[in-house]
Every structure is written in structure tokens, then in C-alpha cells.
Design a protein around this ligand. Structure first.
Ligand SMILES: Nc1ncnc2c1ncn2[C@@H]1O[C@H](COP(=O)(O)OP(=O)(O)OP(=O)(O)O)[C@@H](O)[C@H]1O
Length: 842
């Protein structure tokens, strides 16, 4: 059941009130400092961008005026600020209305100073508590009469239960060591000049409850939670109660009975806050602090002594005092890492606050119902009801006039001015219809005082009781008679008559009395019957009520579970949305990069296409010129060949060639005409050339090979440092001469040398050593030289046993066609001056 007295939510403009924004300009730290703020009147400040500001750089250096409900200059006192801004909110609180006051501004602009104050100068919060306790003193209920139900409501405890709890608290106070520390930030001495405020209902009982939370990095921490500090560091969730008020679920609410007690509780919270910050490595200016005073009131009974039992008679009003985090921008503070994340969260929550107010203003101006993003941050989610439901919202914009802060200050001023256009619904004061006489408490007090003042209270009381009973009269008084002897008989007769009349009257009265008794008995019986039937009805109603209560509790616990899961889902949704946003951002960045690359690629393609075209053109021209050159060379060579041919044919025609073997002739001819297809290659080694006489063409014949009667003499031609073979089978040449270089003509042209062997060693494609022996016959040429006709190749190859079997097996002897003739020719630097007409076997 909702403890709050239900109010009518009205939306007519008369019931709406704007957000009241006050501006407090803090004094300059130094006379020499440049200022960007000038106070024009009690409601107007002028902002003039100094030379270092962005506005100045953008040439927007004209003076701008901002109008607020009231502007407090640097020399204004804390008391003035409290009286103007917060006193009406405390009066509203006492009248049962809700209020929200927050301080907003750049770091160091005086938000905490304004809200909390220091040892010398108490801020708004302690002054509010002081004024409240002064006003309700004498009307406070006993402790634990009102008890929080953990669902943002309160219930009334019986006097016995409350007394038990008081006893319990007293015992624990004796056992616990009393706190000796005190927070220097607060001047805890009550000031004498705090005035008593209006709005107290003298027939009500009041109780004050305090909660103190901190919102840091968008997590809610309870600063009054008992137990280890780690418990305090567990984030709380925000919930909606049955009448759509937002509250921190499971937050610690402490009942305080005096200003001193309240300050002590606040100090405990401050201490926990500092400990938490040390653990979290946080800064106090980077968190939002919310100090909430909840005032519970309920009417007293007919004697004005005890609170009326029944939850529906309770009214709860609250005043939230919020010290927001500094609104500086991340780039100016050069934050990184955790500080950047904090700054991001602060900016997010302040941005959300701004967005919510902007949306609200727009909705109110245009009549459109755009969804206000309260849930985007914890601070706006918590105070949703002030903007959607009822309650006065006041804001103090704290401004540091120094020029360094001007860029942030102008943002703050703009936002604050805009906020004034937002309207909230006025709270209606709580009304209690207890059906009891107003002023009963006072009357009862007076009555008691008078009662105590009486000298003999007991006797008087009895008298009063007797006088207040029903007085029966038996008719007229006895007539007065004087006893006279002469007239004695008449006197007796008169007396007898009078007595008879009295007896008759008495009988009538007795009869009437009996009749009345009967009537009363009947009525009593009737009432009794009615009472019994009502009792039966009541008990059945009670049973039904209990059943419904049980159902309600079940529904409530289900609702809690659903709310939890809803919160969880919301949180997850929020996370996912953030993720989607960041992914979208990444995607956009990648898309941008891709587009840039595509453009770059296109540019490169164009560039290279042009380059290729140019290069192709150039190549074409080059090739064409080379081709022409080649053609010219070819033509020249052809011409030379023709010339040679002509010379040869002249020689052939001129000389008598009958003695020459035909084969030699044809070979020479062939050699001259097709030098490239010859097996033996003409060497450049002039030493081995047969000196050309007038003919210049060497002639040789295989039949002219040297005699072998004395056995073949080998000319072994090998490398200077051959690789040792270490093989069992070694190439063996019986009668040989080894040379490493064919430098002397006699080595070949020697009459005895009939065989030539070139030994070459090289690695095959698998990296194995391959030894090849190119063998040939040495044939003397007609010019006195010699030529070698290769007719055999021996190949010796060593293979590793690990070599893959798939690899081609080496053969001891390879086919002559496999021999790279160019290679052989280059190795055998021997001059060939003709060759056999038949294809050599090499
Ligand atoms: N109106 C003022 N008169 C005198 N001193 C002031 C005033 N406003 C601020 N100060 C001083 O300026 C300093 C910074 O103020 P304060 O801590 O309140 O700033 P803040 O806006 O709360 O900063 P943060 O965002 O870091 O919490 C304090 O030493 C405070 O005493």
C-alpha cells in the first residue's frame, strides 16, 4: 500500500511552475586575474569573452546577458543564499511537498562550498537541517514509531514495538564505541539566528530520515550502509515504487532526531566516501552526491498524544540536495585512462541532464510527447519524478569568473538559462482527513496543564463526575408545614394526600423506568445482534483482506523480480546500444577508410594506366628502332656472307680441289654456311688455330685419326682443384697427360695425342655431385692443327641414400642428345676446324 497521501496530478498551466535558476558568482582568487563575468543587476550577469576564449577567436566577442531568478555576487553570504534559495524548499518539505535543489558548474566554481560549506561558513545542507529541526521541535514522534518498509514507503509501529527498538538501540550504543572524529568541513554548531519556519501542522507528528548516496561512473553507492567498506562499494539499483516515484532500492535510511545527529550521519557518509575514493582511486569532484531529507508526518489521535495507526494516514515529503560533478570538458583537462572514463561518464550524465531538460522544454512548448531519455543516466533516472510528477526544482549555477574557465562558463550559463523554460508541476500540500477535531493537541495540552494546576484534583474530579450524572426529580418540594394543635387533623390529611401523590408519582416513574429499561434492553439486544453480525462480517472481511494482502505481497515480490530483470535488461540494452554505437562508429570509420582507399586505388590505377601507356609507347618506339637496327645488321651479315660465299666459290673455281676429300669440302662449306648448327664450336682461342694460309678454312677428316699402334694417348683436361670423388670406381686413363688449361698448341697438335677427355664436375638439380667425362678423338686438320670429335660421355653420380625414390635415377652413361653441347664447348676451349659429315656421337 502506498504510504503517501495521494495527490491530484494536474497539468493546467496554473499548477505548473518553472525551474528556478539562481546564479552564484564566486569571488576572484586574485585581483590581477582576468574576469569574464560582470554582474549587471540582481538578476542579470554579462559574459564578455576574454582574448583567450574560443568565442573571441571566432570573432563572437560581443557581451552576452544572462537573466536568472537571482544573482548572488561574490560577497554574498551563505545565509543569504540559503534564505533565498533553500528556505522555501524547507517550508515546502514541512508542508508535505517535494523539492530538488542542485548545484551545477565548472570544477572549483563553488558547488560544494554552496551546498555543504566549511567550518566557518555552513552551506545550504546543514542550514536546511537546522531550520527543519528547529521548526518541528516539539512535534517529533518518538524514535522508531515510523519505520521504512524498504519499498520507499513507511509504516507505523505500535508503541510497544517502537519502545523495544529504542531499547535495542540504546543497548547497542552502550556496547559500541562512540565516534570521536568529526568532519572539519561542517560547522556542526547550530547557529542562534536560524529562524523557525512556517508550515507545521500542530496536530501531526514528524520524523526525519536521511539517505546519502553517491553516483560515480554511473553507479550508485550507498554512503550510509553499515558493514565493511566493500559493501558500500556495491552498486545499487534504481527502482520505481507503486506510485511511480523513483528510489534507490535497499538504500540505508537513518532516522535522526536532532541537527547534531543528522550532521554526525552526514560525516559518517563523508568518511565512507573518502575511503571509497581511496579504494576506487577516484576524485570527489568527479562524482555526484545526493543527500536526501525525508520528512514523514501523520496525524495524532484524539488526545493528540500518539500517531494514528494506519499507513494511509502517512505523508512522506522529500528534499534532495545534489552536488553535481564538475562540468569541465575532457580536452581541456588533458585526461587519459580512468580520468577520461570518469570525465566521459560525468559528461554523459550532465549531457543526459541537459538533453532531458531540452526534451522537456520542447515537449512543453510544442505539445509533442517525445520520449525523454531519463534512463540514459542514473542521476536523471533518479529524479525523473520531479520532472514528470510533482515537485519544485531549483538550481544554483556556480560560476567562477576567471577568464581561464570562460569557455566552460558560457556553456554552463547557456544551459542554466535554458533550464528556466522548463516547467514542473507544483506540489499540492498534503491534507489529512482523520475526522478528528483540529487543534486537539493544543487543547489537550491546555487541559492537562489546567488539570495539574488544580489544588485538590481528586475531590474536584469526583464532584465533576457527580454533577455530570442524570438527576431525577420527584416533583415539587415538600411543602412547609407548621405543627398546630388545633389544626392537627387537617395537617395530617394534607400530608397523607401529598404522600399519596408522591407514591403515585413514584409508581409512574418506576413504571416508566421499567418501560425504559425494557426498551433499552431491547435496543441493547438489537445492537448486540448487529454487533455480532458485524463482527462475523468483519472477521470474514479480515480473512479476505489477509488473503488479498497475501496475493498483493506475492504480486509485489513478483513485481520486484520483474523490476530486477527489467533493470538488468535495461542495463544490458544500454550496454548493447553503446556497443552498437561504437561498432557503428568503427564501421563508419572503416567505410571512410575504404572509400579513401578506393579513391586512392582509382588514382593509382589512372596514374599507372597513363604510365603503362607511355612506357608501352616508349618500348614500342625502342623496339622498333632495335628491330630496324637488327634488320640492318642482318642485312649487313647477309651481305658479308654473300661476299664470303662469293670468295669461296671463286677459290673453289680457281684452285684444283680434286685432291681434297669431298667430305672435307662439304664440311667446310657447311661450316661456313651454317655455323650455328655445327656440333663443334669455333673457339676464340687463337693459340690453337691452325695458322690460316691464303685459304683460311681448316679441313679435317675422321679417317685421318692418329695411329694407335702404340696405344691411345689421352689428353686429360680437368679443373685445377677437382672435388675428391672418394668413389670405388674411379675414371682411369692409362696413357695420359693432364692439363688444367689448353694453353700450349702442342698439347693437342702433338702427333701422339689421339684421345681427348674433358672432366667436368658440377652439382645437379638435386645438389648432388655429378662428374662427367666428355671423350673424343683428336683428328689432325689439314692446316696442321687438330680438332676433337666428341663421341662419348661418361657420367658418374653420387646419390644420397635418403634421396626420394621418385627422383630420377642417375644413369652411368647418358644419351649424347642430353649433353649440353654449348656447355661442353665452352669448357673445352679447343679449336675445331671442321668436323665429320656424319653427326657425332657425343
Ligand atoms: N562564494 C565563495 N566564497 C568564498 N570561497 C569560495 C566561494 N566559492 C568557492 N569558494 C572556494 O573555492 C574553492 C573551491 O570550491 P568548491 O570545492 O566548492 O568547488 P566545486 O565547484 O565544488 O569543485 P568540484 O567540482 O571540484 O567539487 C574552495 O576552497 C572554496 O572554499
Amino acid at each position: 500500500m502506498q504510504p503517501k497521501v495521494v495527490r491530484n496530478f494536474s497539468n493546467s498551466s496554473a499548477d505548473r511552475t518553472p525551474v528556478q535558476v539562481f546564479c552564484r558568482v564566486r569571488p576572484m582568487q586574485s585581483e590581477k586575474d582576468l574576469t569574464c563575468i560582470e554582474i549587471k543587476s540582481s538578476t542579470t550577469v554579462a559574459f564578455k569573452p576574454p582574448p583567450m576564449s574560443v568565442g573571441y577567436r571566432l570573432n563572437v566577442n560581443k557581451e552576452t546577458h544572462y537573466v536568472f531568478k537571482h544573482v548572488f555576487p561574490g560577497n554574498s553570504t551563505q545565509r543569504e543564499v540559503f534564505t533565498t534559495v533553500a528556505e522555501p524548499l524547507v517550508e515546502d518539505l514541512i508542508r508535505g511537498k517535494d523539492g530538488l535543489l542542485f548545484t551545477y558548474g565548472v570544477t572549483g566554481s563553488g558547488k560544494t562550498f554552496t551546498m555543504t560549506g566549511n567550518t566557518k561558513d555552513r552551506g545550504i545542507m546543514p542550514r536546511c537541517l537546522d531550520a527543519l529541526f528547529k521548526t518541528i521541535s516539539g512535534y517529533q514522534s518518538k524514535k522508531f514509531v515510523f519505520k521504512p518498509d524498504r519499498l520507499n514507503g513507511f509504516e507505523v509501529q505500535s508503541e510497544a514495538d517502537a519502545m523495544l527498538e529504542r531499547q535495542h538501540e540504546m543497548n547497542s550504543r552502550f556496547t559500541k564505541p562512540r565516534r570521536q572524529d568529526s568532519d572539519p568541513e561542517i560547522a556542526s554548531q547550530a547557529s542562534n539566528n536560524t529562524k523557525i519556519l512556517d508550515g507545521v501542522d500542530e496536530d501531526n507528528m514528524y520524523a526525519v530520515f536521511i539517505t546519502y548516496i553517491e553516483i560515480y561512473n554511473n553507479s550508485v553507492y550507498d554512503l550510509l550502509e553499515e558493514g565493511s567498506i566493500q559493501r558500500t562499494l556495491q552498486s545499487k539499483i534504481i527502482r520505481e515504487d507503486s506510485v511511480r516515484n523513483m528510489y534507490v532500492h535497499g538504500v540505508t535510511e537513518i532516522e535522526v532526531k536532532s541537527f547534531e545527529e543528522a550532521i554526525e550521519v552526514f560525516q559518517t557518509g563523508q568518511k565512507r566516501k573518502r575511503m571509497g575514493h581511496t579504494i576506487l582511486n577516484a576524485e570527489s569532484s568527479r562524482s555526484h552526491s545526493v543527500f536526501t531529507i525525508r520528512l514523514v508526518q501523520a496525524p495524532t489521535d484524539m488526545n493528540g498524544e500518539n500517531v494514528l495507526q494506519g499507513r494511509n494516514m502517512i505523508n512522506v515529503s522529500q528534499l534532495s540536495l545534489v552536488d553535481l560533478a564538475g562540468s569541465e570538458r575532457t580536452n581541456r583537462t588533458k585526461n587519459s585512462g580512468q580520468r577520461l572514463r570518469e570525465a566521459g561518464n560525468i559528461n554523459n550524465s550532465l549531457m543526459t541532464l541537459r538533453s532531458c531538460l531540452e526534451y522537456l522544454r520542447e515537449n512543453q512548448l510544442t505539445g509533442v510527447k517525445r520520449k525523454v531519455p531519463y534512463r540514459d543516466s542514473k542521476i536523471t533516472h533518479l529524479f525523473k519524478k520531479y520532472f514528470e510528477g510533482e515537485g519544485q526544482v531549483n538550481m544554483i549555477v556556480c560560476v567562477n569568473p576567471r577568464a581561464e574557465d570562460c569557455d566552460e562558463t558560457v556553456c554552463v550559463l547557456k544551459f542554466a538559462e535554458m533550464s528556466q523554460e522548463v516547467q514542473t508541476t507544483k506540489s499540492t500540500p498534503a491534507k489529512f482527513d482523520s475526522g478528528l477535531t483540529p487543534g486537539r493537541r493544543k487543547a489537550n495540552k491546555i487541559f492537562k496543564v489546567i488539570e495539574n494546576d488544580l489544588d485538590t484534583p481528586r475531590i474536584r474530579k469526583i464532584d465533576l463526575n457527580l454533577n455530570s450524572g442524570l438527576i431525577y426529580s420527584l416533583g415539587s418540594k415538600f411543602p412547609e408545614y407548621s405543627l398546630n394543635i388545633q389544626d392537627g387533623e387537617n395537617l395530617f390529611l394534607e400530608l397523607m394526600q401529598h404522600l399519596r401523590q408522591r407514591i403515585d408519582k413514584r409508581a409512574v416513574l418506576v413504571k416508566d423506568f421499567n418501560a425504559r429499561c425494557e426498551d433499552f434492553r431491547n435496543r441493547l439486544l438489537h445492537v448486540e445482534k448487529e454487533n455480532i453480525s458485524l463482527k462475523t462480517e468483519l472477521s470474514s472481511s479480515n480473512a479476505m483482506l489477509n488473503q488479498e494482502r497475501g496475493q498483493l505481497n506475492a504480486i509485489k515480490s513478483k513485481a520486484i523480480v520483474y523490476e530486477n530483470s527489467l533493470d538488468e535488461l535495461n542495463r544490458k540494452m544500454h550496454e548493447r546500444e553503446e556497443l552498437i554505437k561504437s561498432l557503428q562508429k568503427q564501421l563508419n570509420q572503416k567505410q571512410c577508410l575504404l572509400n579513401q582507399k578506393e579513391i586512392e586505388r582509382e588514382r593509382q590505377k589512372k596514374k599507372y594506366t597513363t604510365k603503362i601507356a607511355m612506357e608501352t609507347d616508349k618500348m614500342h618506339r625502342k623496339l622498333e628502332s632495335k628491330l630496324r637496327e637488327q634488320e640492318n645488321k642482318q642485312l649487313e651479315a647477309m651481305r658479308m656472307k654473300d661476299e664470303k660465299l662469293r670468295l669461296v666459290s671463286n677459290i673453289l673455281n680457281a684452285d684444283n680441289l680434286d685432291g681434297l676429300p669431298q667430305i672435307g669440302r662439304s664440311a667446310s662449306f657447311e661450316n661456313l654456311t651454317t655455323p650455328k648448327t655445327a656440333t663443334a664450336v669455333e673457339s676464340t682461342n687463337q693459340v690453337l688455330y691452325t695458322p690460316r694460309v691464303h685459304r683460311g678454312v681448316p679441313v679435317a677428316n675422321a679417317r685421318h685419326r692418329r695411329s694407335r699402334s702404340a696405344g691411345d694417348k689421352w689428353l686429360e683436361h680437368r679443373a685445377k682443384n677437382p672435388v675428391p670423388l672418394d668413389t670405388i670406381l674411379q675414371p682411369y686413363l692409362k696413357n695420359r697427360k693432364s692439363v688444367t688449361k689448353l694453353t700450349d698448341v702442342k698439347d693437342v697438335a702433338n702427333q701422339k695425342t689421339s684421345k681427348y677427355c674433358l672432366i667436368s664436375q658440377e652439382a645437379d638439380t638435386d645438389g648432388e655431385l655429378e662428374t662427367k667425362l666428355y671423350k673424343g678423338n683428336v683428328i689432325p686438320t689439314c692446316g696442321g692443327g687438330a680438332q676433337v670429335i666428341f663421341n662419348d660421355v661418361e657420367c658418374l653420380k653420387q646419390v644420397s641414400p635418403n634421396t626420394s625414390p621418385n627422383r630420377k635415377r642417375p644413369s652411368a652413361t647418358i644419351a649424347p642428345s642430353d649433353v649440353p653441347m654449348q656447355d661442353v664447348a665452352s669448357k673445352c676451349t679447343v679449336s675445331i676446324e671442321g668436323h665429320s659429315s656424319k653427326r657425332p656421337k657425343v
